[in-house]
Design a protein around this ligand. Structure first.
Ligand code: DON
Length: 560
């Protein structure tokens, strides 16, 4: 009898395909929010407790981050959401910034055709038309259940009562204070030095939020807020007009969906490169037994690097805004094409990025950051990455309205082959055009296992977002780390060009690096304290949720 029971348990254990991995992060039974700030996670969770769903909590968390985490949370930026409802239906919302109507292909070049350093990063010309408010209203219109006013009320209160400055935030504000003063002027809210424990109140932002709460979408894209915003941006040398704001729209997209072994990944499609690049990397690695190599072993690092090298080469060449360019997704997302790209890979010798171009795809002539994860008690999941691009975006803070403006225009390819601030080189597909969206690396992702929700994951980090997300999923699935361990584990990065591996300062041995060098890998020796900042949720075997809140920031998982 006992033997039958043990055998039975064993069969059940194996057939479920689940190994016993002890959670080490926050565990909750019903619902969870993981974001870059405790205040934002708590406001999102409060909405869930009041009976709101994951989409209501998305609105709340997104706007709360604009108050509590102005480093990346925003009203003046944009983002992407991938969702999976509890009935298995999926979708993706693109609320990425757009180039202003007056934008020109060569707007960052001098008369000799050279890129003018800094022009796409600082000043009014670096600002793309903001999409965040359109994103939250579209999410709410499609799936929200609580009245928008009820969702925004606690955020207005947070802006008025203020947010206590953390140690990490004080350091960040100090690091960028000079640039903020230079770009915004000395009259700004951020003039005074902040120290840990100070309370920052945002009365102007509270007033803007009141306007939005009262007027809806028109409270931002029309009327007094829009008037002030346009005047302010133009004053700073920008070219955004009222027409740009009025014509902005968030767009629903088909997410990129694919299997990796027995997982199903659902990730962001263009104009983000996240899903396509993730697809290529995972498919290049799928034929190998990663778990046998060991976590962050030399063989794993080699395989991961070579997959990233090839996938980023394609990313940079083929991808852009699908509303403007024809992307050969039918080939880029094909297993045989991707596997062929690994034909010249060997564990004996590093491939050189100069030997790797984009894949040869025949195109018909006529065709031309911060992340948060939410699961509600019904099992609806949203994965959202939102950004101003650089730290505090363009560093231009609109004091009258209470928020920073993005510098997302730098994500365009100012000139084919010229690197942007993340060292990414782009091509024709990502050239500037009026109303076009700049290519992104944001990779909000949801993972299913056995047709059930398994993981919600994403990260900030510019070009390193995609590799951070890929490693986190691999850490859980291939290397049996808990969600929290997977998020905290040391990370590496490679992006084709420049041709070197970047390792986080902590967590990779000299032996590993020597081994890699001996087979021809170049390693960046500049100290890189952190790569990405992942906030994720995993569904445990018993249905509870484990949060993975990145130790690299003030990130916090809360649940009930
Ligand atoms: O969309 C992108 O790929 C970038 N604008 C993201 C910027 C970012 O993650 C900044 N964080 N380090």
């Amino acid at each position: 009898m006992r033997i039958v029971f043990i055998l039975g348990s064993l069969v059940l254990f194996i057939s479920c395909g689940q190994k016993k991995i002890q959670p080490t992060g926050v565990v909750s039974k019903n619902a969870m929010v993981v974001s870059a700030r405790e205040e934002a996670s708590k406001i999102g969770l409060e909405i869930l407790k009041q009976g709101g769903n994951a989409f209501d909590a998305m609105v709340a968390t997104e706007l709360a981050l604009a108050v509590a985490y102005p480093f990346a949370g925003n009203l003046g930026g944009g983002g992407f959401m991938v969702y999976r409802k509890n009935d298995g239906s999926i979708g993706a919302l693109d609320y990425r910034e757009k180039a202003p109507i007056a934008a020109k292909r060569d707007m960052y070049l001098d008369s000799l055709g050279n890129v003018i350093p800094g022009k796409s990063i600082y000043g009014g010309l670096s600002i793309g038309v903001p999409g965040t408010i359109a994103g939250v209203f579209e999410t709410h219109r499609a799936f929200g259940s609580l009245p928008i006013k009820e969702i925004i009320a606690p955020i207005i209160e947070l802006a008025e009562t203020g947010v206590v400055v953390t140690k990490k935030q004080a350091l960040r504000l100090e690091k960028y204070r000079e640039a903020i003063l230079r770009e915004t002027g000395e009259q700004t809210h951020f003039y005074n030095q902040c120290i840990e424990g100070d309370t920052l109140r945002y009365q102007a932002l509270a007033e803007t939020l009141k306007q939005i709460s009262k007027e809806g979408l028109g409270g931002f894209y029309e009327g007094p807020v829009a008037d002030k915003l346009v005047d302010f941006i133009q004053d700073k040398g920008g070219i955004i007009t009222k027409k740009d704001l009025l014509s902005y729209n968030a767009a629903w997209r088909q997410p990129v969906v694919f299997n990796y072994k027995d997982l199903k990944l659902i990730s962001m499609s263009p104009p983000s490169s996240g899903g396509v690049t993730l697809y290529q990397m995972f498919k290049m690695m799928e034929p190998y037994k990663l778990s046998d190599y060991g976590h962050n072993s030399q063989k794993y690092v080699q395989l991961f690097t070579e997959a990233a090298r090839r996938a980023y080469a394609d990313r940079n060449y083929f991808l852009g805004d699908p509303d403007f360019v024809d992307i050969p997704l039918d080939v880029l997302l094909t297993k045989s094409y991707v596997e062929n790209r690994m034909d010249n890979f060997s564990f004996d010798k590093a491939t050189s990025s100069s030997d790797i171009g984009h894949g040869q795809i025949k195109i018909m002539e006529s065709q031309e950051t911060t992340h948060y994860s939410i699961v509600d008690k019904e099992g609806n999941a949203v994965s959202v990455t939102t950004t101003l691009n650089g730290a505090y975006g363009s560093k231009i803070y609109c004091d009258e309205l209470g928020f920073f403006l993005n510098n997302e225009m730098d994500d365009f390819s100012a000139k084919p082959g010229a690197p942007n601030m993340f060292g990414l080189t782009g091509a024709e597909a990502n050239s500037i055009a009026p109303g076009k969206r700049m290519l992104s690396s944001m990779t909000p992702t949801i993972v299913e296992k056995d047709d059930q929700l398994y993981m919600v994951v994403g990260s900030p980090g510019g070009s390193t977002i995609i590799t951070a997300v890929a490693q986190t999923i691999m850490n859980v699935y291939e290397f049996d780390l808990s969600m929290q361990e997977a998020v905290n584990a040391p990370r590496l990065h490679h992006q084709w060009k420049p041709d070197y591996i970047i390792f986080e300062t902590e967590g990779f041995s000299e032996d590993l690096k020597d081994g890699l060098k001996s087979v021809g890998y170049k390693i960046n020796t500049d100290p890189t304290p952190i790569l990405g900042k992942v906030d994720a949720i995993k569904v445990l075997v018993n249905g509870s949720l484990e949060g993975g809140a990145d130790k690299r920031g003030d990130d916090t998982a809360v649940g009930y």
